[in-house]
Design a protein around this ligand. Sequence first.
Ligand code: AMP
Length: 209
Amino acid sequence: MKLVLLGAAGSGKGTLAKKITRDFGIPQLSMGDIFRDIAKSGSELGLLVQKYMSSGALVPDQTTFEVLKERLFQDDCKKGYILDGFPRTLDQAKLLAKVTDVDAVVSVELPFEELEKRLVSRRNCPNCGEIDNTEYEGYTGKCRKCQTPLFQRDDDKPEAIKARLEVYKKNITPLINFYGDKVFTVSSAGSPDETYRPVKTFLEKLGAK
Ligand code: AMP
């Protein structure tokens, strides 16, 4: 099963991807995580990527696709994968279509005011990648899984958030049109489990399990 997850930053698509990985056994390929690792490496590519990420802009399509392609053909992707954060532009979707078809597309939707609210209060664990939110019940500033102090991503600060949401707004309709009837839309206004339930049913019907 090759699955694309569409959704703005803060829509909960990363959390959704983790649940799909757990139940369907296909890896989550998070373009943002891949780029954060590259940026940390301090290489020439890392410095370039960091420049785009910190302002909330997209890394150029061709560079992004070259990076993703390396990952797509690794051994753990033989049974399929979840593309979390790729494609983000119509040109990226077209580049992907040259190397593989995707089976389904899940589009996670939430009103923009809610996305902004979620993003400014989002916190991440630097150790295990867990995501939390200062507004959630029981928030302590430490990771619920491994107790490491949480941090706020640079691009979860107000200026970068605005830029990221604008970029999303511009690109989402052409992507939805490109994938046509492969797209299953879900609202993430409820809890993560409420968001996941209809997606799980949809994937089971597709024969993912
Ligand atoms: P994310 O963690 O998904 O919000 O991604 C963080 C940042 O990585 C984005 O704001 C972009 O700068 C970069 N990025 C992630 N995915 C892509 C993509 N498909 N194309 C270009 N840049 C991307």
